[in-house]
Design a protein around this ligand. Structure first.
Ligand SMILES: Nc1nc2c(ncn2[C@@H]2O[C@H](COP(=O)(O)OP(=O)(O)O)[C@@H](O)[C@H]2O)c(=O)[nH]1
Ligand SMILES: [Mg+2]
Length: 236
C-alpha cells in the first residue's frame, strides 16, 4: 500500500533539492506533492523541473499566497483522489527529517493520526533560540490543558494520517490557519473517536530561508483552543 507526502512551499527554493533527494532515497515507495503559492523565489518553477526527472513528484501551483492551512487542505484533496493508504504532511525547510517517515507510517497501521513529536521523552529541538523552544513548548502545554487532547506536540506539522481518518474529516469546515490548523485537525479526529499516536522526532531549525508563520497565528491558536473546547463538534 502506498503513501504520499504533502509539502506546502513558500520561498523554499534553497531547500527543495536536498529535501527531494532525501525523500527519494528512502527505502519505500513514496509520492510527493508540493503545494506552492507562486513563491517569488521560483520554488514552483524548480518543483516543476523536478517533476520531469521524478515521476513520483507532482506540483500544485496556486496563483496567490493563500496560506499554510489552505495549502495542506489542497494537498489532502489531491491525495484523496489517489488510492493512498497513508497521507503525510511535512514542511519543506528541512526541519522535518524524511528519515522519520517509515516510523510514522508504521505507527499509522493501527492509528488514525500519528504525530511526529518534538516533546515526548524530552525536548528535541535543534537550532532554535531558547525563547522560541519555550514558547512552542508552553503553547503545547496550554493547548493540551484547554482541549484535553492527550498529546505532547499538538502543533507539529510532521504527521501521518490513515486515509480513512482524512476521508472522515470535513475539510470544508476547517477554519484555522497556521498553528491553529494543526490543533484543529488533531482535535476533530480525536473528538470523533480517532486514535492518536506520537512518534519521537528531532526538529531542526531552518538553516535557509525565513519563517512565514507569524505571532498573529500564535494568538489565533490561543483563542481557537477555547472555541474548540466550548463547541460541540458536529460532524468532523
Ligand atoms: N503554499 C504555502 N506554503 C506555506 C505558506 N506559509 C508557509 N508555508 C510553508 O509551510 C511550511 C512551514 O512554514 P515555516 O515558514 O517553516 O513556519 P515555521 O516552521 O513555523 O517557522 C514551510 O514549508 C513553508 O514554506 C503559504 O502561505 N503557502
Ligand atoms: Mg519551519
Amino acid at each position: 500500500m502506498s503513501a504520499i507526502v504533502i509539502i506546502p512551499t513558500y520561498n523554499e527554493r534553497d531547500n527543495l533539492i536536498e529535501l527531494t533527494e532525501r525523500l527519494l532515497a528512502l527505502p519505500l515507495a513514496l509520492d510527493v506533492v508540493f503545494v506552492d503559492d507562486s513563491s517569488p523565489d521560483g520554488t514552483g518553477k524548480l518543483a516543476d523541473e523536478l517533476t520531469r526527472s521524478h515521476p513520483q513528484i507532482s506540483v500544485i501551483r496556486r496563483e496567490q499566497k493563500l496560506g499554510y492551512g489552505s495549502a495542506v487542505i489542497e494537498g489532502f484533496r489531491t491525495a484523496l483522489k489517489g488510492d493512498y493508504a497513508w497521507i503525510l504532511q511535512m514542511d519543506a525547510d528541512l526541519s522535518h527529517d524524511p528519515a522519520a517517515i517509515p516510523a510514522l507510517i508504521r505507527a499509522a497501521s493501527d492509528h488514525d493520526l500519528v504525530l511526529g513529536s518534538r516533546y515526548i521523552g524530552g525536548v528535541r529541538v535543534i537550532d532554535w533560540e531558547i525563547g522560541r523552544v519555550l514558547l512552542s513548548w508552553m503553547s503545547n502545554g496550554y493547548a493540551r490543558a484547554v482541549t484535553r487532547l492527550p498529546v505532547r506536540d499538538i502543533t507539529t506539522g510532521f504527521r501521518c494520517f490513515r486515509r480513512q481518518a482524512l476521508e472522515a474529516l470535513n475539510l470544508a469546515q476547517l477554519q484555522a490557519a497556521g498553528y491553529g490548523f494543526q490543533i484543529e485537525v488533531a482535535y476533530r479526529i480525536w473528538r470523533s473517536g480517532g486514535r492518536l499516536a506520537e512518534v519521537p522526532i528531532t526538529f531542526y531549525g531552518r538553516q535557509k530561508g525565513i519563517s512565514k508563520l507569524s505571532k498573529r497565528m500564535i494568538v489565533e491558536a490561543a483563542v481557537l483552543v477555547w472555541r474548540l473546547r466550548l463547541s460541540r463538534v458536529q460532524g468532523i
